[in-house]
Design a protein around this ligand. Sequence first.
Ligand SMILES: C[S@@+](CC[C@H](N)C(=O)[O-])C[C@H]1O[C@@H](n2cnc3c(N)ncnc32)[C@H](O)[C@@H]1O
Length: 292
Amino acid sequence: MTSDAGDSGDSGDSLDQLVAAVRGSGRYRDVAESLIRRVGASELAKRRGLKEAIKATKSKLHQVAGAYLDEPRYGAWLAELRAAYEEVDGGLEAARERRRGALRRVMARHASTRERLPILDQFYTQTLAGIGPIHSVLDLACGLNPLALGWLPLAADAEYIACDIYGDLMAFLGGYFALEATHGRPGLRGRAETRDVIAAPPAGHAEVALLLKAIPCLEQSDKDAGEQLLRAVRAEHLLVSFPAHSLGGRSKGMLANYEARFHELMARTGIGARATITRFQFATELAFLISR
Ligand SMILES: C[S@@+](CC[C@H](N)C(=O)[O-])C[C@H]1O[C@@H](n2cnc3c(N)ncnc32)[C@H](O)[C@@H]1O
């Protein structure tokens, strides 16, 4: 085994050095530490030294999270939303359209929500038809999806808890929740948590949990992550989805593979035997509503 300069050879020290090096590089500064540690420990065990393990950890983090998000401009995005929410010209309908336009523009900065924009007007009306008004939502590995909360059939006093691994993204979503509560939804109780949902799935109960296009991504850093999370989530309704295309646009065989994986997970967790499952296929996304 070769060792890089600065590699003490002690795995605990190496892991601390790896975490510091990864966090020192701008893009991953705000990523939940438990994820960097888990990926880093596995790369240290596989690679020939600290330097290689740092490189491989960054590459894996890019694969599971970084690749989806455009260069973050959280300050500018929040300013754009604020301008749309604070503008008073026109009637209620004009205000609603202005806000939705601004929300759509920001959602276009994350690949997952960008792909959902063409189907957004149908996505929640169809998948959550007959459910609601919803009093509590748990949005797991949320990306920018909480910006779509106005498209869900929410109760006026709904609690919306969102989590993802980026601290700065969560701060931005906190700012958005505050804006939404100040301008039009005074009862909204929004909370954005920086959380590695594999290491620490949220313990609370929700009426609806969203696990949108996240399973393939979570399983890239831990092959059992999808199963563990499905077992841990406590919700009456769980909306799980899969992308119809890869980030590169490839789609051949993907849907069939994801559908097979979903049913395998339903069988392994025993959820399939105890719940009603409804399937929805959209142009860019395959979704399953699990109701129990
Ligand atoms: C494919 S995107 C889906 C985003 C969102 N659910 C949607 O459909 O619009 C996957 C998301 O999972 C997040 N993620 C990856 N690993 C995670 C982990 N261990 N815990 C929480 N979030 C994670 C990424 O940052 C990314 O935002």
